[in-house]
Write a protein that binds this ligand. Structure first.
Ligand code: CO8
Length: 259
């Protein structure tokens, strides 16, 4: 397996696990890390043995944002010319398998944005989310002003983006930003259980389900409904649809081939 400077990767059966690993900087996101994250995601996405991916950090920080030390001296022309930092932040958007963010500690700025690019967020009870960019003279740059209102509504999103305050795990769950909150020492067990259950399901149906839900965030409802219906129809071309429905009717366990 490839080795990376800023992250660790491993597998647990059909689950690929990526751990952000710049502990001294609280996993601050720099170009190197985002390049490596893209490579690790693409590798798991392309691996037929993997059915779900977990992205996590440390107990103290999922990621405390873009690397301020790297950014501080940049000029407008530096960041505009190089499309900083979105140049290599888009990898997550192109991953077709489900990605679970397992978040403990700080998920701030770009860290919160990366978590929101994942398909679902499972938070430890010590998680803290925020978009503090305004406090350092910028605004969120990797989707914070767009995905946060879609996730938690305008009122809460404005509160977060305009004040830069942090939201704890309980508030994040009430607001709908995270799917589940669990005690810190259970975070990886819970994320792994969810990932294993997803990985055991018919792969094509899982890919299509992710695509369809993502469609809900783009374009008008009528297009989304049509897109969903066509994907539903398309599933009838798969072997796993035949097997899944036959097994149900025969009251037996299905044997999926992910075909
Ligand atoms: N960048 C660089 N280094 C960081 C960052 C960061 N974002 N966050 C923490 N660190 C470093 C600290 O500098 C410190 O280093 P050192 O030990 O060398 O002094 C080390 O990590 C530990 O941090 P603290 O001592 O500050 O730890 P505390 O527990 O006291 O505080 C906090 C933790 C509250 C998380 C605090 O570190 C903090 O406020 N960090 C900055 C949070 C922040 O502002 N994040 C937003 C950054 S801007 C951003 O993400 C923009 C994204 C836009 C994407 C653009 C796409 C186009």
């Amino acid at each position: 397996p490839p080795t990376y400077e800023t992250l660790l990767t491993r597998t647990e059966g059909p689950v690929g696990i990526i751990t952000l690993n710049r502990p001294k900087q609280l996993n601050a996101l720099n170009d190197r890390l985002m390049d490596e994250l893209g490579a690790a995601l693409r590798a798991f996405d392309a691996d037929d043995a993997i059915g779900c991916i977990i992205l996590t950090g440390s107990e103290k920080a999922f990621a405390a944002g873009a690397d301020i030390a790297a950014m501080a001296q940049y000029t407008f022309s530096d960041v505009y010319r190089t499309e900083y930092i979105t140049r290599n932040w888009e990898a997550l958007r192109h991953v077709r398998k489900p990605v679970i963010a397992a978040v403990a500690g700080f998920a701030l700025g770009g860290g919160c944005e990366v978590a929101m690019m994942c398909d679902l967020i499972i938070a430890a009870d010590n998680a803290k989310f925020g978009q503090p960019e305004v406090k350092i003279g910028v605004v969120p740059g990797a989707g914070g002003t767009q995905r946060l209102p879609r996730a938690i509504g305008k009122a809460k999103a404005m509160d977060m983006v305009l004040t830069g305050r942090m939201m704890d795990a309980a508030e994040a769950e009430r607001a709908g930003l995270v799917s589940r909150v669990v005690p810190l020492d259970k975070l990886m067990d819970e994320a792994l259980a969810v990932a294993l259950s997803i990985a055991s399901l018919p792969r094509l149906a899982v890919l299509a389900a992710k695509e369809a839900v993502n469609r809900a965030f783009e374009g008008p409802l009528s297009d989304g409904l049509m897109y969903e219906r066509r994907l539903f129809h398309a599933m009838f071309a798969t072997a796993d649809q035949k097997e899944g429905m036959a097994a149900f009717l025969e009251k037996r366990t299905p044997h999926f081939q992910h075909r």
